[in-house]
Design a protein around this ligand. Structure first.
Ligand code: COA
Length: 209
């Protein structure tokens, strides 16, 4: 793959930019909203209290931002073109972070979150499509494997709209703020499959077909 980092990606209504410290407090507030973190955060539950403390998190984000422009980091803040407002975040990380058996850095995982005030308007689909285009067509990765809680319909629905194929087996995952593990679907999308879907026009500009 080509390590090109979090280059700016423009879609019809959105602009995805390298993360900066400026929007991290807002994004952290989103992250501690139970509506957002319920089926998203997988940090071990023992860190719950730390996650809720901005003063501790601020230090973590300051460290992270030192590497935001590194060429092996693929993580963007999502802005509305029209107002310049930040409405979420998305990333494409090495799948190894979630599955230690996968050591090939060309196999990636994805994560996305949108401010609840802006959900249901196709923004996640549009942003994810922009990022996936970039990762497959420009950075030349091989495959994306990801998971979504069965109860998180918007997330797996989005994966299916973008051509991800459901794997035969489900998995159990412990989310940070839930007291017991829950069942998730796993999905996979290869570069070849994605390109064939684009060529067949099965995925439109915003991924909405
Ligand atoms: C998952 C998430 C990013 C989707 O964001 P969004 O901008 O609302 O997504 P979109 O508007 O692009 O919609 C995606 C699909 O889910 C469907 N959807 C949205 N909200 C829904 C809901 N409450 N119930 C059922 N389906 C829903 C949409 O209808 C859309 O499909 P459609 O275009 O065929 O109708 C957002 O819900 C979120 O941030 N959730 C919290 C964080 C999270 O769980 N991330 C994913 C972890 S795997």
């Amino acid at each position: 793959m080509k390590y090109l980092g979090s280059s700016t990606i423009e879609t019809e209504r959105l602009i995805l930019k390298t993360q900066t410290m400026k929007e991290q407090y807002y994004l952290w507030q989103l992250l501690i909203n139970p509506e957002v973190n319920k089926y998203f955060l997988t940090v071990p539950p023992k860190y719950r209290t730390k996650l809720l403390d901005w003063n501790l998190q601020k230090k973590y984000y300051e460290e992270e931002m030192k590497h935001a422009n590194d060429k092996d980091i693929f993580k963007w803040s999502i802005f509305l073109k029209e107002t310049g407002e930040c409405i979420g975040r998305l990333s494409c990380h090495e799948r190894n972070i979630e599955d230690e058996n996968i050591t090939n850095p060309n196999i990636r995982g994805v994560g996305w979150l949108i401010d609840p005030n802006y959900q249901g308007q196709g923004y996640a689909t549009e942003a994810a499509k922009g990022m996936i285009d970039y990762m497959f067509l420009t950075c030349d990765i091989e495959k994306i494997i990801t998971g979504a809680c069965i109860l998180n319909t918007p997330s797996w629905h989005l994966m299916e709209k973008l051509g991800f194929e459901k794997l035969p087996k489900t998995k159990m995952i412990q989310y940070t703020f839930l007291d017991s593990p829950v069942e998730i679907y796993e999905y996979s999308l290869s570069k070849e499959k994605y390109i064939s879907l684009l060529n067949n026009d099965s995925i439109s500009k915003r991924g909405q077909k």
